[in-house]
Design a protein around this ligand. Sequence first.
Ligand code: AMP
Ligand code: MN
Ligand code: MN
Ligand code: MN
Length: 279
Amino acid sequence: MTPLNADLHCHSTFSDGLLAPADVVKRAYDNGTELLALTDHDELSGLAEARAAAADLQLNFVNGVEVSISWGDDQTVHVVGLGVDPDNAELGAGLEHIRSGRDSRAARMAAELDKVGIHGAYEGALRHVSNPALISRAHFARYIVELGHAKDVKSVFDHWLAKGKPGYVNHSWATLEDGLRWIHGAGGIAVIAHPGRYRLSKAERLELFGAFRDLGGQGIEVISGAHKADEVAEFARIARQFGFLASRASDFHGPDESWIDIGKLANLPEDLTPVWSRF
Ligand code: AMP
Ligand code: MN
Ligand code: MN
Ligand code: MN
């Protein structure tokens, strides 16, 4: 049987993606995607547009969200919720609370960047923001590229925005407990996003995956736009060890700004159970 071309992680202009929801859906469809989830950061408002566009194209669509979580000693972990009810009140209120911290964080980031010679970053980043409730580091990165200080968004992170760099500030997102409770309460399946991107030791990783499973978390992105072959193999092993469902996830943000294009992912290792078997 040909594996399903599922892509269960991508972004629109309702968070830090570059395309409107309908255009994300169109691109996914044109690239051969058969099952799509839009997963904007801490935000559900783009789902209605995406769902309508997918229905027009007869593309199967799953409501998603990528929840920002603080874990351990100022680590940020992202958990994708798939199949969530966008009208669930507790999920909506929880996400609104996370979003409300973003603006003051952005002001603190701008103050730090100012000290290293990058001026006007708050206003500059805002010019790249479509949804005022959702200012992200990606918007700062686009402003810094525009200033000519870096050749692309990735190098901005390497020099200014990644943890330990001058424009990085600590921030409290949701707890893992709250994030998973909101996702589950809204009928969703929780999936650990891009596990290869966290700077955690092996022991810390196992602790995270164990805590996630104890809270009812069921899935992990094995295929991710951010994963190299050795990471795919490693997280396939983790999926087997923890009994996790496996997801396939580009984390697409825009045509020239992503590790991989939407709907253009490698297949899951055949022995894993795809998360979409539960939809
Ligand atoms: P925030 O939620 O505001 O901390 O921003 C996180 C977003 O920044 C991610 O979802 C990506 O869009 C972007 N990002 C983080 N790290 C990198 C990186 N190394 N290269 C490119 N984009 C990144
Ligand atoms: Mn992003
Ligand atoms: Mn993420
Ligand atoms: Mn993402």
